[in-house]
Ligand binder design. Structure first.
Ligand code: NAD
Ligand code: UFG
Length: 339
């Protein structure tokens, strides 16, 4: 069976993808520097699946570790998750973000070329559609202007990877544009474990529920949406992980570039998320309304048709599943992995 290298695979989406790949019969190799994760997530992946993951500690910017991995393993496909992703931090530390996100991508491409590895899947984001495009976003739209350096790194990495694939006809590239991944594996053994104060909605809600934060501030209720709060396309991380398995199958069988949205196509507002979490868990989420957060768009959701047509993949889990599984993970691991 084929072997997949997960760069940044100890993180939130990488660990869930490792489970789905192992369950589908793939061998999995992970490289991570634990900048935003810890090896415990991979131990738990092994417990969930009863299979072994070959784990390397190292920086994806470092050619020597990637060369070693390609020498010691026959890698058929790379999935590039290794990025910094905090939007606010990227505004404060743009150089760190450009250096890490762009350099990891270049190092992977250079080492892939040397070793003759021809397939790569990239973790991109709906943020590249920018402010100009109307919802629902489809893959034929021109990319727009991003509102922060994090978004620009994604847009630039898409360009770098696309140029490399146009130049090398043997390469196969799938750019996966994720919408808003939330939830956790149904075992409650792996999940999202943000450092410090969470930036994203669902981890914040979960920490209010478990008593780590006093209350949620809803950023703005005067948007042009049905209830005045922003609407997003929340997708269960296990559905997202299954989309990666399909993308690997696709990349192994084709050449060239494909851009694919991974979303549900159905938006929910911040208020609907809070209400759904309360309903599915029975835990009250104390909340107040505050100012808008700079850079937030009123609405972001996918046209999810291409993923269905090309990969035969669509999201299957409901918002209730997403809330229930988030709570299962958070209540079993109130302080995350406790590194
Ligand atoms: P995460 O932070 O949990 O995972 C990223 C992993 O990459 C971490 O384990 C981190 O330690 C590792 N890493 C970062 N830089 C590295 C480096 N130089 N060398 C080695 N390892 C490195 O984040 P995630 O939510 O799992 O996201 C995975 C990818 O998906 C990221 O590229 C992110 O930008 C992208 N993405 C995430 C979301 C989201 O909402 N979670 C949305 C769109 C896109
Ligand atoms: N929100 C709150 N209070 C909070 C946190 C978030 O009201 O404490 C609101 C936000 O204002 C927004 C919604 O919840 O309206 C969702 O916010 P998130 O931060 O969870 O998600 P975003 O849609 O802002 O960002 C996510 C990813 C980015 C990615 C972007 C692309 O975090 O990496 O989607 O659409 F770039």
């Amino acid at each position: 069976m084929e072997t997949v290298l997960l760069a940044g695979g100890a993180g939130y989406i990488g660990s869930h993808t490792a489970v789905e790949l192992l369950n589908s019969g793939y061998e999995v190799v992970v490289v991570d520097n634990y900048y935003n994760s810890c090896p415990e997530s991979i131990k738990r992946v092994e417990q969930i699946t009863g299979k072994t993951v070959k784990l390397y500690e190292g920086d994806v910017k470092d050619h020597s570790i990637i060369r070693t991995i390609f020498k010691e393993n026959k890698i058929d496909c790379v999935i590039h998750f290794a990025g910094l992703k905090a939007v606010g931090e990227s505004v404060a530390k743009p150089i760190l973000y450009y250096r890490n996100n762009i350099d990891t991508t270049l190092t992977l491409l250079e080492c892939m070329e040397e070793a003759g590895v021809e397939n790569i899947i990239f973790s991109s984001s709906a943020t590249v559609y920018g402010e100009e495009n109307p919802v629902p976003y489809n893959e034929d739209m021109k990319k727009g202007s991003c509102t922060n350096p994090y978004g620009w790194t994604k847009s630039m990495m898409e360009q770098i990877l696309t140029d490399a694939t146009v130049a090398n006809k043997n390469l196969s590239l799938v750019l996966l544009r994720y919408f808003n991944p939330i939830g956790a594996h149904e075992s409650g053994m792996i999940g999202e474990d943000p450092q410090g104060i969470p930036n994203n909605l669902m981890p914040y809600v979960a920490q209010v529920a478990v008593g780590r934060r006093e209350q949620l501030t809803i950023f703005g209720n005067d948007y042009p949406t049905p209830d005045g709060t922003c609407r997003r396309d929340y997708i269960h991380v296990v559905d997202l992980a299954k989309g990666h398995v399909k993308a690997v199958e696709y990349a192994l069988a084709h050449k060239g570039v494909e851009i694919i949205n991974l979303g549900t196509g159905t938006p929910y507002s911040v208020t609907e998320i809070v209400e759904s979490f309360e309903k599915s868990t029975g835990v009250e989420i104390k909340h107040v309304y505050g100012d808008r957060r700079p850079g937030d768009l009123p609405e972001s959701y996918a046209d999810a048709d291409k993923a269905w047509k090309l990969l035969g993949w669509k999201a299957e889990k409901s918002l209730e599943d997403m809330c229930r599984d988030t709570w299962n993970w958070q209540s079993k691991n109130p302080n995350g992995y406790e590194k």
